[in-house]
Design a protein around this ligand. Structure first.
Ligand code: B4P
Length: 191
């Protein structure tokens, strides 16, 4: 069974490519960013916690995210593979994901990193901010998110490299070409 993590800095195209991957490979698409924005919209207790962090460009605390993800996964059909988008974002979350998957008798097939440089990321997110209505798509918050990515999230790569589960594609250029490169990697893992 295919279980994929789509990974990369903010604005690297995780959401954009995630939708396409989930559709092509018939995976359950879990975006922690979308789950959090829904929780904020519905004013749940998790949403109230999440809003204060997201507005500042900070990561939501691991306990909140891990609990939210655990309860979400419990409800998914057991036979279907999963695409994780925006999770894990810390090494603690990566370890929690391994434990969770072990508990369900599942494994991660690969973590697929989208490589995009910081200047392009800022440009993309500032552009998205013109229409997204997202409180975290303004230049100051975007720069803070990138700083946190380099300080905390980037280390998740080593966790998966050590397990031999790391792969990477260039995340710039035509969206369909990037998707083609992603599919080549996934097809290799699925063999
Ligand atoms: P997310 O919702 O995951 O947001 P993201 O990192 O900004 O976006 P993504 O990489 O999906 O970019 P997209 O495809 O939209 O997280 C938001 C916040 O929630 C986090 O900052 C954090 O506070 C919190 N959070 C979420 N998960 C968490 C976790 N696990 N732990 C703690 N906190 C968590 O692409 C961006 C833009 O680029 C789009 O406008 C798109 O059209 C464009 N684009 C995409 N591909 C392109 C290409 N090839 N060329 C040009 N433009 C492209």
């Amino acid at each position: 069974m295919l279980n994929v993590v789509i990974f990369g800095p903010p604005g690297s195209g995780k959401g954009t490519q995630g939708v396409k991957i989930a559709e092509k490979y018939d995976l359950e698409h879990i975006s922690t960013g979308d789950l959090l924005r829904n929780a904020i919209h519905n004013n749940t207790s998790e949403g109230v916690i999440a809003k204060s962090f997201i507005d500042k460009g900070e990561l939501v605390p691991d306990e909140t995210i891990i609990d939210m993800l655990d309860s979400f996964i419990e409800k998914l059909p057991a036979h279907k593979g999963i695409l994780f988008d925006g999770y894990p974002r810390t090494v603690a979350q990566a370890k929690a994901l391994t434990t969770l998957m072990d508990g369900h008798g599942k494994t991660i097939s690969t973590l697929l990193n989208l490589e995009v440089d910081d200047n392009e990321l800022v440009q993309r997110l500032v552009e998205r901010g013109k229409t997204s209505g997202r409180s975290d798509d303004n230049e100051a918050t975007i720069r803070k998110r990138l700083e946190i990515y380099h300080d905390q999230t980037y280390h998740v790569i080593d966790y998966y490299k050590d397990k031999g589960l790391y792969s990477s594609v260039k995340g710039t250029g035509d969206i369909e070409e990037i998707f083609g490169d992603i599919c080549s990697v996934i097809d290799e893992k699925a063999e």
